[in-house]
Design a protein around this ligand. Structure first.
Ligand code: DGJ
Length: 387
């Protein structure tokens, strides 16, 4: 561990918890209510919201915000690790509810970590990027997540179910997706084992899956996007009708582009993806892509961000795109990671616009309210819902 690393570890371990306790940045309950991207956002009990890299589900008039729960957990820095160097013990998946997107009530842990026993949900492992969808046929809430060992070598997908949006979710286990199946767009070269051909290497055992998201299409079919092949290439894979497994139909997209943090939405009949590159917890330039078919081909559209530090996604990383229920508009949700004190990482939500053609734009705003987002000039938008 370098001297600088040791210094930062000490400084952040001591200073950051004090900063969290005293910050006065208002998020909710002000009049008029406003979002302050990057501020400390508090729940209705006054505690900082602890729901990182998550998603929002709208169900029967209520928004549910789920995310990685990290508060109160052991700070475990290891500056020698290539995957980013710091982590916290995992607390589980948190859930908050709201009727207006400003005021969030803590609903506790929808999926708690399980201490004292080995297994995916042991606090020493990784549960990241939880995404929850509702299955109208089974009437179940289905949670998908990235499951990993502390050093990220497992690269698996986990799934849990619940009859209630707030849980408790029952964990169904984890797996490597699409074992023994070639993707729809496979080539003969892809099938040939060789150095660096991770698709062929993992054909029997199942493909690697790290950063992920799920997307439910207008016809009720659900798809999971996951960073695969040692994070070099993204896969998009159809889920079974009960949303509990991959169905064995998938394609490789953004091949060799090292894409993480996918967030997917649909607008004007086209599929859109906003994502990041792979730089651990450090920010990089966001990228966007569009496709007529969810399996591709996907055409890259470049960085959607505009304004100060747009080349670093405003020091954030994409998490989710929320379609607003009453206005055909979208909110871009991102995490501003504090890699030395992950539990105090913050949230960037910004209205998403279009450039008049097909490119999504996310301009920076210090403060904004939902009424601003609703008046943005987004014409002819389709209206995907989150339930
Ligand atoms: C970047 C990913 O997007 C995060 O979810 C997390 O896995 C970090 N890498 C770990 O370094």
């Amino acid at each position: 561990m370098s001297r600088l690393c040791r210094f930062l570890k000490l400084a952040f371990a001591v200073v950051v918890p004090v900063m969290i306790g005293t910050s006065a940045v208002a998020f909710a309950g002000t009049d008029p209510a406003q979002f302050a991207p990057g501020g400390v956002w508090r729940d209705t009990d006054g505690n900082p919201i602890d729901a990182h890299a998550g998603c929002i589900l709208f169900h029967e008039g209520i928004y549910y915000w789920y995310g990685e729960a990290k508060a109160g957990r052991t700070f475990l820095p290891d500056c020698n690790k290539s995957w980013g160097g710091t982590r916290v013990d995992m607390a589980g998946v948190s859930c908050y509810s709201s009727t207006n997107l400003y005021d969030w009530k803590s609903e506790g842990l929808a999926l708690p970590a399980v201490s004292g026993a080995p297994g995916d949900l042991n606090p020493g492992n990784v549960v990241e990027r939880p995404k929850i969808i509702y299955n109208r046929k089974t009437k179940q809430f289905v949670m998908w997540m990235h499951i990993d060992s502390a050093d990220y070598h497992e690269a698996r997908l986990g799934v849990a179910v619940s009859d209630s949006p707030t849980g408790p979710f029952t964990y169904r286990g984890s797996f490597r997706p699409d074992a023994g199946v070639w993707p729809l767009n496979v080539t003969d070269a892809d099938k040939t084992a060789g150095t660096g051909n991770y698709l062929a290497r993992d054909f029997q055992k199942g493909q690697m899956a790290r950063d992920m998201t799920v997307f439910v299409d207008d016809d009720g079919k659900a798809y999971i996007f996951y960073a695969s092949e040692e994070n070099s290439t993204m896969h998009v894979s159809l889920l079974t009708d009960d949303y509990l497994k991959t169905a064995g139909k998938y394609s490789r997209i953004l091949v060799g582009r090292s894409t993480e943090a996918p967030a997917v939405f649909k607008h004007d009949g086209k599929y859109y993806l906003i994502a990041s590159g792979c730089t651990g917890w450090d920010p990089n330039t966001a990228r966007s892509a569009v496709a007529d078919s969810i399996f591709g081909p996907w055409k890259e559209l470049g960085n959607p961000c505009a304004g100060p530090d747009a080349d670093k996604t405003f020091h954030g990383q994409s998490a989710f795109i929320l379609p607003m229920q009453d206005s055909n508009k979208f909110i871009f949700m991102a995490d501003r990671w504090n890699k030395w004190a992950l539990a105090s990482s913050r949230y960037l939500w910004l209205p998403l616009e279009f450039d008049g053609q097909e490119k999504p734009l996310v301009p920076w705003r210090n403060n904004w309210s939902l009424s601003v987002a609703k008046t943005l000039n987004i014409s002819q938008a389709s209206s995907p819902t989150t339930e």
